[in-house]
Write a protein that binds this ligand. Structure first.
Ligand code: SF4
Length: 332
């Protein structure tokens, strides 16, 4: 008997796998990553936590990139958004659909997840769990080992593939029961609960809404949202200003053809990348924003270098720093 686990690598999905392995069931794990993952790519890379857990338990892991399909549900989720721009129910349905396909290919009989009843407001209440199962064509085939005793009987329990008595009855937002279990199983190095993805973050959600209103949702545009301070200058134009050295470098890497790069001349300060249509007035406006964040000791006559990637030339202009009032009106 084989089950397919949705494995994020967090504590809940780790425990779910362990509980099922303990019943002598073979498990294969799936991990999904999107541009909105909160995993620390720099230190460890996407999928790192799930790989660590899969290695620990000796289970096979398959990692899916779901960017294309994910973008479609972010634009128009059938079941709406959560508190910010997080389409949690549609997102879970997508992952479950992928898991169903994989389950068939792998000759597995059911799916397991680390979902905990009542832990997340949008997608982990009974009605939402039912919708996710129904919409993904998995009715009765999704076993949530951590909350199973609080949920209706599933096919694997009815058929006796899994012993319901050895499943758990955890619910709610407290993580103490899971932590106690982890201690029992000697699982110590699990990541802190990440609390969703970038789409649940109110600042990121603002930037996403702005992007959706003004531009296509491409991977490169989404990567840019993760860096710097963002300002909307016109319907077609925005500027992103680095907050530190690391972000300045990242911005330079993310620059694409047509972008214009601004940097203080002869004084330290941030990189500003302007994207969209840039006339003379907007060019001065971007320079004023970059001047505001530079290390210039005076607010007037700050010299800013303007590098136009299409014309391959650098101009220097002198501007006064933008006022805080003006700046706040432009902030996304
Ligand atoms: S928090 Fe993000 S990744 Fe998690 S279910 Fe919601 S939309 Fe999907």
């Amino acid at each position: 008997m084989k089950a397919i686990a949705l494995l994020s690598g967090g504590l809940d999905s780790t425990l779910a796998v362990r509980v099922i392995l303990d019943q002598g069931i073979e498990v294969e794990a799936l991990n999904f990553f999107s541009p909105f993952c909160l995993c620390n790519r720099k230190k460890s890379g996407c999928g790192y936590e799930s790989k660590k857990v899969a290695d620990r338990f000796g289970v096979k892991l398959k990692i899916f990139n779901i960017f294309e399909e994910y973008i479609e549900i972010v634009k128009k989720p059938k079941f709406g958004y959560g508190k910010n721009i997080n389409p949690c129910i549609d997102c879970r349905i997508l992952m479950h659909k992928k898991a169903r396909e994989y389950m068939r290919q792998a000759g597995a009989a059911f799916i397991i997840t680390g979902e905990v009843l009542g832990q997340r407001p949008m997608s982990q209440h009974k009605a939402a769990l039912k919708i996710i199962e129904r919409e993904s064509g998995l009715e009765g085939l999704v076993l949530r080992p951590l909350s199973a005793k609080l949920l209706p009987l599933t096919v694997p329990e009815k058929k006796g593939w899994v012993n319901r008595e050895r499943l758990l009855e955890i619910s709610g937002r407290s993580r103490k029961p899971q932590m106690a279990r982890a201690k029992e199983y000697k699982i110590e190095d699990y990541p802190c609960p990440a609390g969703g993805c970038l789409l649940t973050d109110s600042v990121f959600a603002r930037k996403m809404r702005d992007l959706m209103k003004h531009s296509e949702l491409s991977l490169e545009e989404i990567q840019l949202l993760k860096v710097g301070r963002h300002f909307r200058l016109s319907e077609q134009t925005k500027v992103v200003v680095g907050r530190n050295e690391e972000e300045n470098e990242k911005l330079l890497q993310l620059t694409k053809k047509g972008d214009v790069c601004f940097q203080p001349h002869r004084i330290p300060g941030p990189v500003g990348i302007a994207r969209g249509n840039l006339d003379q007035t907007l060019t001065r406006l971007v320079a004023q924003i970059v001047a505001r964040y530079s290390d210039s000791l005076q607010a007037e006559n700050v010299e800013i270098a303007v590098k136009d990637s299409t014309q391959n030339k650098i101009d220097c202009i002198k501007v006064d720093c933008i006022t805080e009032n003006q700046l706040e009106k432009l902030r996304i």
